[in-house]
Design a protein around this ligand. Structure first.
Ligand code: SF4
Ligand code: SF4
Length: 349
């Protein structure tokens, strides 16, 4: 990692230059909510002025620039005595600006599955390799708990990461394209004063977290609480809408659909993100549903995040952004569910 400092005005020039020659995606205000607070989302921008560098959080995760809700995996055409298959996964180089540390860590988690996993996805890899990522630190929202998950800082998975130190950004440069490109701009080697400001900024962010989720020994704790009545309590509230998985930066469960034209001349295979809380998620051919109860579907979502994935990858899959909690109309969120389980366990012991 190489560290440099860039003034905010020079950083804007850097962004303009990237936007001029690349498809660039950044946080923009798309609407206001019922409290008149801004709603932000990541979309293509055509000028640095459109990017809201001080945005709070995007409702949806940038996951969908790497794992679209729906994508065509392959298409087939059939003739009388032959058939042909078309597979496309080329992506034009693009720039993604303004990712928070937890969002980059979420991509690092997805990399474990779709990039470095047993069955790598060329579709995902082409997008990941062709995306130049600029991260940006921020003060946590009151309900963010990424420090509990140790995802409030990030050390890999980006090209440049910017920490706000007043009139300048303290840059962590993590790729040769980023280093080469930044040579065209006025960047300086950090002074002792810059280093001090950067360390102060890190301490300030760490201290600003208001929500803590106790994740110590969570996998074995969840094993013990497998039959807890708490699952029914929260499961009864769940609307089975699947929104939590759609907004989650790490939920990646999907289904594959095969469509065949009625004249049998064409076919396609499509991949669609899916949610384990939806009624038919565990339904198999013949109509048997392995998880007909909503409490079981909700429980298994938590088990995948905080137990199953941890057993294989030695870390939970949740980064603590609380997007699921904010989006849930039934007011279900990881902090309350996990705290409730712990409380119930204490009361029974
Ligand atoms: S937990 Fe909330 S967001 Fe998720 S499926 Fe249930 S009601 Fe929908
Ligand atoms: S807090 Fe919710 S949305 Fe965020 S990573 Fe964890 S499970 Fe996913």
């Amino acid at each position: 990692m190489i560290y440099r400092v860039i003034s905010k005005s020079e950083f804007r020039k850097f962004l303009e230059s990237l936007i001029e020659s690349n498809v660039t995606i950044g946080p923009v205000q798309s609407d206001v909510d019922r409290n008149n607070d801004p709603i932000y989302k990541f979309q293509q921008v055509h000028s640095a002025d459109e990017i809201e560098l001080d945005y709070t959080i995007s409702y949806t995760a940038v996951k969908n620039f790497f794992l679209p809700y729906r994508e065509k995996l392959s298409e087939y055409t059939f003739t009388d005595d032959d058939w042909d298959q078309t597979i496309e996964y080329r992506v034009h180089p693009r720039v993604l600006v303004g990712l928070r540390p937890c969002d980059i860590n979420a991509l690092n988690i997805l990399d474990r599955i779709f990039y470095k996993g047993t069955y790598p996805s060329p579709y995902y890899i082409s997008r990941r390799k062709n995306t130049f990522i600029i991260g940006l630190d921020h003060e946590p929202l009151p309900d963010c708990f990424c420090s509990s998950m140790n995802h409030h800082t990030v050390t890999e998975g980006f090209d440049v990461f910017c920490s706000d130190i007043g009139d300048s950004y303290y840059l962590a440069i993590n790729s040769s394209p980023a280093f080469d490109f930044l040579k065209k701009f006025q960047v300086t080697v950090p002074t002792d004063e810059d280093d001090k400001s950067y360390i102060e900024r890190r301490k300030f962010i760490k201290k600003s977290f208001k929500t803590n989720v106790e994740i110590g020994s969570l996998p074995s704790f969840l094993d013990i609480e497998f039959d807890s009545p708490i699952w029914k309590k929260w499961g009864d509230k769940c609307l089975n809408c699947g929104t939590c998985a759609m907004v989650c930066p790490t939920c990646y469960c999907y289904q594959v659909e095969e469509n065949i034209a009625v004249n049998l001349k064409k076919a396609s295979k499509d991949m669609m993100l899916y949610s384990c809380t939806i009624l038919d998620f565990a339904e198999v051919a013949g109509g048997h549903n392995f998880r007909p109860k909503k409490e079981d579907r909700l429980k298994y979502r938590y088990y995948h995040h905080y137990r199953g994935f941890e057993e294989n990858a030695k870390e939970p899959i949740c980064v603590g952004c609380n997007r699921c909690g904010r989006a849930c109309l039934a007011d279900i969120n990881p902090k309350d569910v996990i705290n409730d389980l712990r409380l119930d366990n204490e009361e029974r012991s």
